[in-house]
Every structure is written in structure tokens, then in C-alpha cells.
Design a protein around this ligand. Structure first.
Ligand code: MN
Length: 246
């Protein structure tokens, strides 16, 4: 049996859409390049700018992404996915066709020997109560069933409208409420009782340390791909953030 490659890649907030073909190419480049050296890849949400339902998979962008992910998982790389606030409607049909293993948000998983909490990150932004109320509404199965029952064209229109609204809302919200709160971060570390958390969503890549119950804990934030993008690479002895240059 081949020895495992002992490399994991983590990525989030790629925000794939037809309007940004360079990002699409760069993401496919990661799947066909660095990801082939990894034994696991974790996609932590907002892979797509928006997602209106798995019945929309036939468009060229999802087809291309799905095919590339499937080649990767067929090659033996375990590919994991948790959805974000943009693509929370990604379901089993897309995951199956792309060969993705779905994870809960948050979840605890061993990454190259280190127990690690994975999240999209929106749940950590607890100062943004308006968003959290919206999140609770749209994650409800009944809301989702009603939305998915709408004609595809209408769903696209609604999603594009929501994207514009969320952009406007972000401009008026203060920098602080768009970031994680210390309280939420501490609560997650206390719940899972481990020392490493990796998430995206805030578009503030970096490495932070938090003292929780007299224990120093590491929080790594993934970059978004509205800019050049990047990912986190984990081996048994090392973790590093790889940021592309423009
Ligand atoms: Mn997000």
C-alpha cells in the first residue's frame, strides 16, 4: 500500500462565479496542482458566490468545478466540504457528483495528527445579530423547501439581489461586528477542548493566539479569493498560510 502523503490543504471563500474567470482558473489550478500532493482537502464554505439549488448543476461553472473535484477525489484524495453563508443550499446531489464528504459546522477532525475544529466562520461573528437571525431563518428546512420550489430564474434573481444587499449591509456595518468575537472563539475552544481552530468567512487571513482556560490556542483564518486568494497547508509538523500574489 502507498504511504499516505501526509499533507492537507484547506481553502474557503473562493466565491466562484462566471464574472471572475481568473479565480475559477486559479482554483482549478489548485485542484490540479498542489491538491494532488495532498491526501485531504477541506473546503470550508463559500466555494461559490451563491448557490440556488443542486438542480442548477448543469451550468458550465458548476460542471467544471464538480468534474475537477471528482477527478481529485477519484485519485484517492479525501475531499471534505462544509457550506458557507453563500452556498448553504449545496446539498447531497452536488456533493455526491463532486465526490465530497460533507462536514458539520462546527466539526472536530484530526488533521495530520492535530485535532482541529473546522468552521466556515460566520457563527463566530456573534456581534452581528441581524445576520445570525437571517442565518437561522434560511437554514430552516421549511424555508429551504419553499425557496427550492421557486422557478430557477426567480431563485437566481433573488440570490443576486441578496448578494447585492449583503454587500451594501457590509459597507454600513462596522469593522468590529464583521469579525469574530473573543467570547464565541473561547466558547468553541471550550466546547471541543482542543487547541486549533481553522475557519474562513471574515476575509482577514492570519494566525491568532487566544488564551482560553490558561491554555494558548491557535486560530487560523483562511484568505478570501476576491483578491489573489490562497490556502492553508498542514503537515504533521507544520502549518502555513500560502497567499498568492496578485
Ligand atoms: Mn462567508
Amino acid at each position: 500500500m502507498l504511504k499516505s502523503k501526509q499533507v492537507s490543504l484547506l481553502v474557503s471563500d473562493v466565491h466562484l462565479c462566471e464574472e471572475r474567470p481568473a479565480q475559477v482558473d486559479r482554483f482549478i489550478g489548485v485542484l490540479e496542482g498542489p491538491a494532488r500532493e495532498a491526501d485531504s482537502v477541506f473546503i470550508l464554505g463559500d466555494l461559490f458566490e451563491y448557490w440556488v439549488g443542486d438542480d442548477d448543476c448543469s451550468a458550465s461553472l458548476p460542471q467544471r468545478v464538480m468534474a475537477s473535484l471528482k477527478v481529485l477525489s477519484d485519485s484517492g484524495c479525501k475531499t471534505y466540504f462544509t457550506c458557507g453563508n453563500r452556498d448553504f443550499l449545496i446539498g447531497k446531489a452536488f456533493a455526491d457528483q463532486a465526490g465530497l464528504i460533507c462536514l458539520d459546522d462546527p466539526c472536530l477532525i484530526d488533521i495530520q495528527g492535530t485535532p482541529t475544529i473546522l468552521m466556515h466562520g460566520d457563527l463566530l461573528c456573534t456581534d452581528d445579530s441581524a445576520y445570525l437571525a437571517f442565518r437561522q431563518q434560511v437554514r430552516h428546512p421549511q424555508w429551504q423547501a419553499q425557496f427550492l420550489a421557486q422557478p430557477l430564474a426567480l431563485r437566481h434573481q433573488m440570490a443576486r439581489g441578496a448578494t447585492v444587499e449583503s454587500g451594501k449591509a457590509k459597507q454600513t456595518k462596522s469593522e468590529e461586528i464583521m469579525d469574530v468575537t473573543e467570547t464565541a472563539v473561547a466558547a468553541v475552544f471550550q466546547k471541543f477542548k482542543v487547541n486549533r481552530l481553522i475557519h474562513g468567512h471574515t476575509h482577514r487571513p492570519g494566525h491568532h493566539q487566544h488564551l482560553v482556560d490558561a491554555q494558548l490556542r491557535d486560530r487560523w483564518v483562511l484568505p478570501d479569493w476576491y483578491g489573489p486568494g490562497g490556502y492553508i497547508r498542514v503537515t504533521p509538523n507544520h502549518i502555513e498560510e500560502i497567499l498568492f500574489s496578485a
